[in-house]
Design a protein around this ligand. Sequence first.
Ligand code: CP
Ligand code: NVA
Length: 323
Amino acid sequence: MTLAAPILATRNLLQVVDLSATEITQLFSLASRLKADYSLFAGSLSQRSLVMLFEKPSLRTRVSFELGFQKLGGGVSFLDHQSSPIGAREPVEDYAQNLSRWADVVAIRCRSHELLSQFVAASSIPVINALSDLHHPCQALVDIFTLVECGIPVDQLHLAWVGDGNNVCNSLIEAVATLGGRMTVITPPSCRPHADVVRLADARAFRSGARIVFTDDLTAVEGVDAIYTDVWISMGDESRGVEKTALLQPYQVNSSLMRRAGSKTRFMHCLPAKRGEEVTAEVIDSPASIVFDQAENRMHVQNALMLALLRPDLALRCSSFTV
Ligand code: CP
Ligand code: NVA
């Protein structure tokens, strides 16, 4: 008898390029199935435990992971590290080895992406990046899932990023580069995404046929399916606050930019948003905005990931239909 391969080849999700296009598509199928009917998965993570280590504040990521994991029957422990960094009281490696003895998976929100690699090296349980300075993979996967739910085939998607080329932007670039489709990244030249991300995305895009364009020209929003923006000053980036706020003023997503994009263009934001800065209230609170659909979907896509990691048998059985 041959055993089917699990959905995921990787044990950790530190950035979107840890996943292949097929793996992401299977996760999306599973997330759709979860969203449609959780009763099929009741108790599927009973006796499993998630530990969450957070060095930065969170609403959506914390609650969607906690309630999502509990919905599948598992237990969650939240460790708040906002006042002292992970590794301050004891080495990161000891932390990882301790948690590996009690928990089944760990989700980490950290100031520096390097901490994740350090943690993974000593951990014997899967590690999920719940946001770092460089990446926010769970967010980006959910965002593409939400666009697919809107009826946009992923390979025909045209997404515009407007504003700061930050962690969420990096992860979206990796997602589009992996899955195909188009992304136009519109930022001031000094706010462009991280060069390593651009290099990796180029290599992926070569294989997938994706087109990723970097520009400072706001007219490039014409005809896009969605305009996505995020805060101008990310957590931990406060020292560049004054400089970036001045640079990014012309990149505010307002009614005039949305009109330029077209009547069918959706507005996206990972939240939390600053109305009056990167986006006007008129836009984020308009019918074009799908920001709360994105927030809702956090739980379903993350739960699909948890099942794929911790119950590969069940995940494989339930991920074989299209979104
Ligand atoms: N989008 C997002 O990650 O929100 P939180 O910072 O509230 O978790
Ligand atoms: N770019 C933002 C995302 C918050 C979810 C930050 O890192 O603060």
